[in-house]
Design a protein around this ligand. Structure first.
Ligand code: DAH
Length: 339
């Protein structure tokens, strides 16, 4: 009898089932009223008295063992099957979240697009610069305030290593490397030692433009910028050039566009003037051409520079510059564009 119990235990230990029905069949075979284990209890009567204790214990242990084993087999299927039943395959899936482009990237790409259509190429230069490319080659006088620690982030002094304060430095790098004709724009990040507020930041973005060739005139500059303004702000946009001063251009001007919000009638964005200032420009100063080994008797050129944040604020009516750098998705999600 004990041998029979041991054999049955080995048999049960090796049991497997492929689904819950098979597991149930095994329960019936071994544990139901007429199953193999209850049958052992009926055979128990025939066991000699001196063996009854050992055999009785063995049968009870076998019953517990078989019950555990079969429950274990069943449990495996229950969790699988109920998991499958919980899924409603007809429910709509979770939509993939699409990102949107940063408004500054949208506007930069749009501006890049306008100038590339005019035949300008795009170039970039380093953010960490030296005095020559940011100031000296651009005709900045020795005592100019931009050269002061107050306005510029210096990394090292003598020789100066600094963060560029404008993308005009890329003009110099490009002219040093190649001879005219040059027709390029230079987008990039610039740095100034400014207190952060709704209207100023220590990091911002500019796009610089440069066109140098024989016979380039102020009329070319004006026509290029007028085309640009109409493309960016709409066909009805008017431009106006006001005399200004930059060390690297002569003559220099600042360009205003008619306010795209009120159409020039006057509103709080244009401070009731009807005009918005968007860029600085001028004819490249002959001293700058000579600093870059370009013959200023043979070649002339125009240059311009604009702040991408400012243009983006005007285009979208954004009132606080800090929003561009906070990465608040409630702000960023509002911008969608083919660019
Ligand atoms: N670099 C000037 C600035 O950061 C902008 C500028 C003005 C660029 C006139 C030019 C220019 O190329 O001709 O304020």
């Amino acid at each position: 009898m004990l041998d029979k119990i041991t054999a049955l235990k080995e048999e049960i230990a090796a049991l497997t089932a492929e689904n819950s029905d098979q597991a149930e069949e095994l329960r019936i075979k071994y544990l139901s009223k007429k199953g193999l284990i209850p049958q052992l209890f009926s055979e128990f009567k025939t066991v000699p008295v001196e063996q009854k204790k050992a055999v009785g214990q063995a049968i009870n242990e076998l019953k517990v063992f078989a019950t555990d084993k079969i429950n274990e087999l069943k449990a495996g299927f229950e969790s699988n099957e109920s998991a499958g039943q919980g899924i409603d395959l007809t429910l709509p899936g979770e939509a993939m979240k699409l990102g949107s482009r940063h408004p500054l990237s949208i506007v930069r790409n749009e501006i890049n697009g306008i100038f590339t259509r005019l035949g300008f190429t795009i170039a970039e230069g380093p953010e960490i610069e030296d005095d020559w490319h940011v100031f000296s080659a651009l005709n900045f006088p020795e005592e100019h305030p931009a050269r002061d620690m107050q306005d510029t982030f210096f990394i090292e002094k003598d020789p100066d290593v600094l963060l560029r304060t404008h993308t005009s430095s890329v003009q110099v790098r490009v002219m040093e490397k190649m001879q005219p004709p040059i027709r390029s724009i230079f987008p990039g990040r610039v740095f100034r030692n400014e207190a952060i507020s709704a209207r100023a930041h220590c990091i911002f973005h500019q796009i610089e433009g440069l066109y140098v060739d024989e016979n380039v005139s102020f009329a070319d500059l004006k026509q290029t910028l007028m085309y640009f303004a109409k493309e960016l702000f709409g066909e009805k946009t008017k431009i106006r050039l006001r005399p200004s001063y930059f060390p690297f251009t002569e003559p220099s001007a600042e360009m205003d566009v008619s306010c795209s919000i009120c159409g020039g009638k006057g509103c709080n964005v244009c401070k009731y003037t009807g005009w918005l200032e968007i860029l600085g420009c001028g004819m490249v100063d002959p001293n700058v051409l000579e600093s870059c080994n370009i013959d200023s008797k043979k070649f002339t050129g125009f240059a311009f520079g604009m702040g991408i944040e400012r243009i983006t604020m005007l285009k979208y009516g954004i009132k606080d510059l800090r929003l561009f750098f906070e990465n608040d998705t409630r702000f960023l999600n509002q911008f969608n564009s083919a660019y």
